[in-house]
Design a protein around this ligand. Structure first.
Ligand SMILES: [Zn+2]
Length: 186
């Protein structure tokens, strides 16, 4: 017997940037580094022990790595709410091109879900397999996954096109500045 726990750690920080197009500097904007872990904990184990181990890994590993990646302008997981759209003129910054979602991953995912979904539907129609739990799960995941990944494929393609269009006629390349309030809150 085991119980499922979700552990979560969150490190807020702030950033600002000078717009590469209109030159206006933004206010300090809020963003955060966050990681979640879902874990099966045995009945006779301590959930608190697992939570503390997760917390230690976050602050010793995930947080400094994500922070370093941000400062080096590299794509990284675990970072939320970073946005380089200028609040004054609405244009994208060149540094966004490195941190934006990659549409090709979502396109690949959409194709994968589509093909797997078709195969599942084929199996259902042909009746070659009795509809057991695995078949139902795979069908559901691919049928739900297809429109979601298609949506992200389209929106991230549009965003990426806008970023590279804006990056073409940029006067100067800037980088965002970061403000790290505290390495660990409470
Ligand atoms: Zn601007």
């Amino acid at each position: 017997m085991a119980k499922t726990y979700t552990f979560k750690e969150k490190a807020p920080f702030q950033y600002r940037f000078s717009c590469e197009h209109c030159g206006k500097q933004t206010d300090w904007l809020d963003a955060h580094i966050e990681e979640q872990e879902t874990k099966q904990v045995g009945l006779f184990e301590s959930a608190e022990g697992h939570r503390q181990a997760f917390s230690a890994r976050f602050w010793e590993n995930t947080y400094p790595k994500a922070r370093k990646a941000l400062e080096g302008n590299e794509k990284t997981l675990y970072v939320y709410d970073i946005n380089g759209t200028c609040p004054a003129c609405g244009k994208h910054q060149s540094w966004e091109s490195k941190t934006a979602d990659r549409p090709e991953l979502w396109i690949g995912m959409a194709i994968f879900c589509f093909v797997v979904g078709l195969i599942c539907i084929g199996v259902w129609i042909s009746g070659t397999s009795s509809p057991g739990f695995p078949l139902i799960t795979v069908t559901l995941v691919s049928v739900i996954g297809f429109p979601i990944s298609l949506f992200y494929a389209i929106t991230s393609s549009i965003k990426k096109a806008a970023i590279s269009r804006d990056a073409e006629n940029v006067k100067q390349q800037n980088k965002p500045e970061f403000l790290w309030p505290k390495d660990k809150e409470g």
